[in-house]
Write a protein that binds this ligand. Structure first.
Ligand SMILES: Nc1ncnc2c1ncn2[C@@H]1O[C@H](COP(=O)(O)OP(=O)(O)O)[C@@H](O)[C@H]1O
Ligand SMILES: [Mg+2]
Length: 439
């Protein structure tokens, strides 16, 4: 049997006991997946007018006519994807010959080639078109043939979700143009494109001819939810997801209020509720309490910090590493932008193909790190030496150490073990040359 004690009698985690207790503990979830983003609920509160508009646009498909192309806009978590999926289900329930739906998430299937291959493969239900290789016009021709043959005289909806990502890519406009004009080259099948975008301004990046193809109807705008609307959404979901009596309205209101502050994002509200439930279950309590929600919010904030740091460009990561090293070795040391410049230059020398930056660029990165909340920086006048920034890390030291230590280049060059020259008591740097101190 697996034991977790050690010979010296020190504390160690007993996994067997933990699992046994967990099994005996209260069961809070009835259907956990009801809180996952992919779950489609039976009802979508507060999306009546959007559902009504889309139902109106797509209704002609019931009689075999082709609906116009249209676009849905709105910030993340406003229910765009859920609403379009909901409509697809409802339409299928009312059609004698249900339309086809090909759903394309452009963050996952992100190149014009792969989009065509994805549509083709989804319709045949097999990986026929390889993920690279054929010329685009050849696949396009094959796709037209397939649509006419396989779908015949039915309608095929092509949903391009997160379409804003596609437009930033090379060939994005062209593929959209092709997809919105498929009907001109089809004999039997008819296609209709639904674009979904998180960015309200994405149309500005489209060619005028694509815009007119895509906006055959007024765009449907999804507004962020307020705290009361989020409460209704969470209340319904929690009835499906949790056992009866496990969560009070006050706790649901707290989740709704916290998520409303973050742009009224229903995905975040649901994530908070799920995490709070998981924390309560791990703590073996019978109910989900406010402190579980508060802990869940802290965990989510931490996850965001981690994601954000990983997504930063390399030079920003190195600037942050420089600040970290300056804070690591002397907690009292006042960190100036000049120090950060020096340490960044030292780090850059270790890594092939990484340039040293100018004071100006370092200053830009310090501004960006400040805006993202990772550090605070106060500008101070230094008399005739000009102005400098005094910088401080604004997040937990251990958290930042854990994240930086997972960055490939930081790991590879063991940057976290490096002690900056200004903090090495036996060395001094003059005009970029390091001297050993004699006294
Ligand atoms: N009105 C609503 N009622 C119930 N659940 C909703 C509603 N709006 C959004 N959701 C849920 O919130 C999550 C995010 O919604 P989603 O449609 O993915 O947002 P978007 O596509 O706008 O980013 C999903 O789990 C979805 O089911
Ligand atoms: Mg979406």
């Amino acid at each position: 049997m697996l034991t977790n004690h050690n010979e010296k009698g020190m504390y160690s985690f007993n996994i067997d006991k933990f699992y046994r207790n967990y099994l005996k503990g209260p069961k809070l979830f009835k259907k956990r997946e009801a809180l996952e983003p992919s779950f489609i609920p039976d009802e979508l509160p507060h999306r009546n007018s959007e559902i009504e508009k889309i139902a109106g646009i797509t209704a002609c498909a019931l009689k075999g006519d082709v609906p116009p192309n249209f676009v849905c806009y709105g910030m993340t978590g406003t229910g765009k994807t859920a609403t379009v999926r909901y409509i697809s289900q409802k339409l299928a329930e009312h059609c004698t010959k249900p339309p086809w739906w090909v759903y394309i998430n452009c963050t996952v299937v992100s190149t014009p080639y792969r989009i065509l291959a994805h549509i083709y493969n989804t319709i045949v239900g097999k990986e026929i078109i390889p993920s690279t290789g054929l010329p685009k016009d050849v696949i396009l021709k094959k796709l037209l043939g397939l649509l006419d043959q396989h779908i015949n005289d039915s309608i095929c909806f092509l949903v391009l979700d997160e379409i804003d990502i596609l437009i930033e890519k090379k060939g994005g406009n062209e593929i959209l143009y092709n997809l919105t004009r498929l009907n001109e080259n089809l004999d039997h099948c008819r296609t209709s494109v639904i674009g979904i975008s998180n960015k309200l301004k994405f149309m500005e990046f489209l060619d005028a001819r694509v815009t007119s193809n895509l906006e055959e109807e007024e765009p449907i705008v999804f507004k962020p939810y307020d705290a009361n609307q989020l409460y209704d959404i969470l209340k319904l979901r929690s009835e499906v997801a949790f056992q009866e009596g496990v969560i009070d309205d006050g706790v649901i209101k707290l989740c709704a209020g916290l998520a409303a502050k973050e742009h009224g994002d229903a995905r975040k509200a649901l994530q908070l509720l799920r995490k709070a439930g998981e924390i309560a279950e791990r703590n073996q309590t019978k109910k989900i309490m406010e402190n579980h929600v508060e802990k869940a919010q802290k965990d989510i904030d931490k996850d965001h910090i981690v994601e954000y740091i990983f997504s930063m460009p390399l030079q920003a990561k190195l600037t942050l590493t420089a600040i970290f090293l300056l804070s690591k070795y002397t907690k009292e040391h006042i960190i100036t932008s000049g120090d950060i410049y020096e340490v960044h230059s030292e780090l850059a020398q270790f890594i092939p193909n990484v340039k040293q930056l100018t004071h100006r660029r370092i200053s830009d990165y310090i501004n960006e790190l400040t805006l993202s909340g990772l550090i605070t920086a106060i500008t101070k006048s230094m008399g005739h030496y000009g102005r400098t920034k005094i910088v401080k890390l604004d997040i937990e030291f251990n958290l930042i150490e854990r994240v930086l230590s997972q960055i490939k280049i930081v790991k590879e060059y063991r940057l976290l073990d490096y002690k900056p020259i200004i903090l090495q008591t036996d060395k001094v740097k003059i005009k970029n040359i390091v001297f050993k101190k004699l006294i």
